[in-house]
Design a protein around this ligand. Structure first.
Ligand code: MG
Length: 339
């Protein structure tokens, strides 16, 4: 198999601010895997939270080129295991490689990935649309722009939480998913914020406290009603068992998991432990978002809006109708390079 890649720049519609920092653009890496006249595409969205840059992503992909050169793509389970063993972790790069592999396999079989997995495309969940941290005026404007989305996700976790919620609530009474991105450092402060948010139409809260504070999270969970979801606390299936007491559900992202095959293992493990499953994403094109959306009939919550945050999406794929994810029906991951 011939493996090539390209670093692409994605300009954002709005400056993107969360508890960790701000950015105006994102650099992702598109992976291209070719054999027998069929091209599989994958995407890596490196995240500095996980020690990933475009350069470190490319370095891991370079390591994989000889692996793919001699491999049989139909042994994709074995090949994915070999990719996982490459060091350092660099799960975004591995996600791009596994996506390209599964795109090639299902395109060659001429079936959409969801069909290959036995999933009903009518069972996709609603996706939230994310409003980043901003001034009250800009937040109110973004909430108005988000009119087609019945559920919003808002980013909190700074000392501006109250003004942000007030700005959102000045425009809409839509149900909110709150993402604190590890921003509440003290369990008593977190408890106070969560109880307040329960009175503000919040249906779930993502990662209230720093990733390793599982005892504090278990303490919080005993004291609140709203479901608490792990994001930064969980990357791969091996992380899940120790989260079962601390959280009600997990946010699975292909970029953290290292691909579709690991994401499927995570969904199985989360279900076995009675945890809710949410599918999320980074800032990504419609390629990676379509790949995650293909698994979404297995999830009750989705935040698959990364492609909606960029200006010139180089791929087409999954769309959203009144908040619900609509899978394209094309063979493979369901995404195509934009002509
Ligand atoms: Mg999150």
């Amino acid at each position: 198999m011939k493996l090539t890649y390209e670093v692409i720049r994605l300009d954002l519609r709005h400056t993107w601010t969360i508890a960790r920092g701000s950015s105006d653009y994102k650099q992702n890496v598109i992976v291209r895997l070719e054999q027998d006249g069929v091209v599989g595409y994958g995407e890596a969205a490196p995240n500095t939270r996980y020690d990933e840059t475009p350069e470190s992503t490319v370095a891991l992909i370079e390591q994989a080129i000889p692996l793919f050169a001699g491999a049989d793509p139909w042994h994709f389970v074995e090949l994915e295991r070999a990719i996982r063993e490459l060091q350092p972790a660099q799960t975004a790069a591995k996600a791009g490689l596994d996506m390209a592999l599964m795109d090639w396999v299902t395109k060659t079989l001429e079936v959409p990935l969801y069909r290959y997995l036995g999933l009903d495309p009518a069972m996709t969940p609603m996706t939230t649309y994310t409003i980043g941290i901003d001034t009250p005026d800009v937040i109110a404007e973004k909430v108005r722009e988000a009119a087609p989305y019945p559920r919003l996700k808002i980013k909190l976790g700074s000392d501006r939480d109250e003004e942000i919620v007030a700005a959102v609530r000045s425009v809409t009474d839509k149900p909110l998913l709150v993402d604190a991105n590890e921003g509440w450092r003290d369990k008593h402060q977190a408890l106070e914020r969560i109880r307040w948010l329960e009175g503000q139409g919040t249906f779930a809260i993502e990662q209230p406290m720093p990733a390793d504070r599982l005892e504090d999270m278990a303490w919080l969970r005993e004291r609140v009603k709203v479901p608490l979801l792990a994001d930064e606390s969980v990357r791969t299936a091996a992380d899940i068992p120790r989260l079962a007491e601390a959280f009600d559900g997990i946010n699975i992202k292909l970029m953290k998991a290292g691909g579709l095959q690991e994401a499927l293992r995570m969904i199985g493990m989360a279900r076995a432990l009675g945890l809710k499953v949410m599918l999320g994403c980074m800032v990504e094109t419609s390629l990676a978002v379509s790949a995650a959306a293909a698994l979404s009939p297995l999830a009750e919550l989705a935040d698959l809006d990364g492609n909606l945050l960029i200006k010139d999406d180089p791929f087409t794929g999954v769309t959203v109708d009144q908040g619900r994810l609509v899978l394209s029906g094309d063979p493979g991951l369901g995404a195509q390079p934009r002509k």
